[in-house]
Design a protein around this ligand. Sequence first.
Ligand SMILES: Cc1ncc(C[n+]2csc(CCOP(=O)(O)OP(=O)(O)O)c2C)c(N)n1
Ligand SMILES: [Mg+2]
Length: 307
Amino acid sequence: MNNMPDIPRFHGNSNWQAIAAELMEPGHMGCPGCGASLSMRHALKVLGPKTIVVMPACCWAIIAGGQPTTALDVPLLHTPFAVAAAVAGGVRQALAAQGENETTVLTWAGDGGTFDIGLQGISGAAERQEDIIYVCYDNEAYMNTGIQQSSATPPGAWTTTTPTGKDFRYAKKDILAIIKAHNPAYLASATIAYPDDFYAKFEKAKTARGFRFLHVLAACPSGWKIASQDALKVTRMAVDSGVFPLVEMAADGNLVQTVKPAKRIPVADYLKAQGRFSKITAEEIEIWQENVDKVWMTPEKINQKNG
Ligand SMILES: Cc1ncc(C[n+]2csc(CCOP(=O)(O)OP(=O)(O)O)c2C)c(N)n1
Ligand SMILES: [Mg+2]
C-alpha cells in the first residue's frame, strides 16, 4: 500500500532484556496479523509469569485454544460475557485473603465485552478500586461471532449488521472518558504498533495498585478488510492520523499525549487503507478530519474534551 509508514523497532529498551520470556506458545488459534494475539504476547512479556488472566467471551477465548489446551503459560479463567471485571476482582481478593499480593490479575476483554456488555461490571470494579489491570483489546466490532457492530465501531465502518457502513451520526463511545470518571489508579491508550510506548504503559500498570485500565487498539484483518501483513502499519496510521491518540492519565488526573507522531497523516489515508470504510463519503471524511483537528491532536485539547 502507498503512504505506509515503517514500523518502529525497539530502541535498546533496557526492559526488553529482562522481559524476553515468552508466555504465549506457538500453535494458538489467532488469525495471521491478529493485533489482539500480538498484544497479549507482549503484554505477558511485561507482566511476567505471576499473572492470572480472566477472560470473557471474545476472539481471545478461542485464540487461547479449546479446553484442556491453552496457548498461555499462565492460568486462564474463562467467564461469562458480562462479569469478567467482577470475577477478576474476586480472584484478586481471594489471593489477598491467602496473603498473596504479588500476582497480577489481568482482565483481557474485547470491545464488545467492555464498551457494551461488561460495562456495568467494569464500573463497579473501578468504583471499588479492585486491584486489577483491565485491558480492552479493541478491534472495533464483535469479531468472534462474525463482525457485528459494537459501540466501539467507528462511524462509517462496514460490519455484517451495518452492511452499508455504521450510521455516521453514531460516534465511537469515549471509553477513556467513562473510565476516567471513576478515578482509576492508571489509565492509558496503547497499541503494539508503538511498542516502546506499549511496554512503558504495561510496566506502569503493573506497578500501580488499584483499578488500572488500558485501551489497546488491535487490528483485525478480516473485520477491517486489510491484508494481514498490513495490520501493524494500519494500526500505526490510526495513531499518526490522530484517530487513536496515545495518551495516559497524569498525576493531576488529566490525559496527556505520550506519543506525538513524527509526521501527521490525513485521516483519509487511514480510512482508505481499509476495505471496511469503502462506503464512507468524502463529506464524512471531512467531518472526521475536522473532529480530529478540533479535539485530539494536543494534550490541552484532550484535557478539554475529557476534563
Ligand atoms: C451473553 C452472551 N451473548 C453473546 C455471546 C456470543 N459471543 C461470543 S464472543 C462474541 C463477540 C465478542 O466481541 P468482542 O468483545 O468485541 O471480542 P472479539 O470477538 O471482537 O475479540 C459474542 C457476541 C456470548 N458468548 N454470551
Ligand atoms: Mg471486538
